[in-house]
Design a protein around this ligand. Sequence first.
Ligand SMILES: [Zn+2]
Length: 295
Amino acid sequence: MTHSSAHDLETLNVTACDEPVCVAAPPKRASAYIFASPHSGRIYADRFVRGCLPPLNILRRSEDAYVDALFADAPSLGAPLICATFPRVFVDPNRARDELDPDMFEERACVPGAQVTARAGAGLGVIPRLAADGRALYAGRVSQAELHHRLTQFYDPYHARLRAEVEAVRATFGAAYVIDCHSMPAASARGADIVLGDRYGASCSRGLVARAEAHFRDLGFAVVRNRPYAGGYTTEHYGRPETGVEALQIEINRGLYLHEADVRPASGLQPLRRALADWMDRMLQDERPQRIAAE
Ligand SMILES: [Zn+2]
C-alpha cells in the first residue's frame, strides 16, 4: 500500500486505518447527525497505481483531499465520522453501484443492467475512466474480476457501514441526518466558499438546509445552494425526509485550505477545521431542543 503521506495523516490527527472504511465513533452518541467523507481516501494500492497511466500525483487530484481532517472534530462533538480510506479514482462510493460505462470493461455483455448515466458516460461512473485532468486512467479494458473486487471489497463495505449507522441513529433518535462532506476545485466554485446540495429540496427538510446555511453565513462563509452541485448518489439515495432520514451535501472550496496542484494542505486548513467544528457544534445544539420536544 502507498500511503500518499503518512506524515500528513499524523500531523492532521486522522486515524490511520487499514479497513476500506474507517468509522470514528463518538464516545457517546449524542446526536442524530452522521458525517461522511466518501472522497478523501488516500490509501493507494501499489498494484492499482502501477496499472494506471497517470502518475500518483495526478491520481491524487481526484481526492476531496483532507476533508476527513476538516471534519475530524465530529466524534468529540457527539456524531460519528465515516470515511472511505480508498481513493475515489479507484471506486467512487458517491455513485450508484451500477453506474457504469460498459465499454470500459472486458466482456462488456457481462456488465448487467449498467446505467450509462451522464456521469458514467463522462468517465466519472462508479469505476472512473478519467483522471481529474481528463486523461485516461487505463491503457486497456478493466477485467470483470477487477470490477467485482472493487465493488464487493470497497464500495459495498462503505455503504454497509453508512447504512448501519443510519439505522442505528434512526432507531435511537427517530431521525437521522447524513451530512455528506466534499470539496470542490476553486475553479468550479464560482466564488462560493460552500455549496449546499439538497437535490433542490428533495433530500432534506427546509429547516435543516436553512439552519446549515444560516450558521455558515454567520461564520463568514459565502454560501449557495445546489449550484453547481446539487448532491450525488448518497444525498439522493439516503435522503428520504418522509422516512426520517435526511441528507445534505456540503462542498467546500479547496482554495480555502489546499494547494490544489500538488494536493498539499495549506495554512487555511486548521482555521477551517476550527470553523467547521463550530458549525457542527451549532447544528448539534439546534437539534437538542427539538429532540427533547419530540420525546
Ligand atoms: Zn466529492
